[in-house]
Design a protein. Structure first.
Length: 253
């Protein structure tokens, strides 16, 4: 049987690296994407189980980059059945203490990377699927959103707003792409322990985060990766339009 192929944006570390690993472990050939840290992405690539994986680079928030990223993944893998929009940025920008210049710059960068970038990647991915020999049937798009889209991000409002918009985009496209046989879903993680978030867990802060979940622990990237891998599977089609909370019951809706 032909192996399915997946592109994971922001796959050089943290959640993205875990998603790439889980997809490879479930039989996918994976294109690991990064914006600039090629060494880290290639290090992830070297650890993936299986063979036939690929490396792509590009700033998802830059105009024109989405086409280059999709084209590069397709050229190396032959096709992309699964697109995982994981790349994103988070910026602290309390409205009362952020300058207007920084406020505007932060909003534009987060909208470009967290919303317009995934939207552009989806357009080019769907264009590829529509024109490939086997057609789009069975393809998957999984967007990585956030618990903050529902709970609120008081010190990072642009992050919360762009993730909420990504959830809405997911559900709109699930309806429009369903007739093509493309299922579109999202996950909404809570706090996840990664190398980027580790500095936020100093002293009593770690226990405060641990207490957010009745399961009594802090999430790790593999918790999110397991959900993404299942949504990427052929059998998850009927969950199209779903945004799955992956937050250990730390926020219920």
């Amino acid at each position: 049987m032909t192996r399915r192929c997946a592109l994971v944006t922001g796959g050089s570390r943290g959640i993205g690296a875990a998603i790439a690993t889980e997809l490879a472990a479930t039989g996918h050939r994976v294109a690991v994407h990064c914006r600039a840290d090629s060494a880290a992405a290639k290090a992830v690539l070297d650890t993936l189980p299986g063979t036939g994986h690929a490396f792509v680079t590009g700033d998802v928030g830059a105009p024109g980059a989405a086409r280059e990223i999709i084209d590069s993944a397709v050229e190396q893998l032959g096709t992309v059945d699964v697109l995982v929009n994981n790349a994103g940025v988070h910026t602290e920008q309390p409205v009362a203490t952020t300058s207007y210049e920084d406020w505007r710059a932060d909003w534009r960068r987060l909208v470009d990377v967290n919303l317009l970038g995934p939207a552009d990647l989806i357009w080019h991915h769907v264009d590829h699927l529509r024109h490939r020999l086997q057609g789009p049937q069975g393809a998957r798009i999984v967007n990585v959103g956030s618990r903050g889209a529902y709970r609120g991000e008081p010190d990072a409002p642009a992050y919360g707003a762009t993730k909420a918009a990504l959830h809405a985009l997911t559900q709109s496209l699930a309806q429009s792409l369903g007739p093509l046989g493309i299922a579109v879903t999202a996950v909404a993680p809570g706090f996840v322990r990664t190398d980027l978030t580790e500095p936020m867990l100093v002293g009593p802060a770690e226990e405060d985060v641990r207490r957010q979940s009745p399961l009594g622990r802090i999430a790790v990237p593999s918790d999110v990766a397991a959900a993404v891998a299942w949504l990427s599977s052929v059998g998850a089609e009927w969950c199209s339009g779903t945004v799955i909370d992956v937050n250990g019951a730390s926020h219920l809706r």
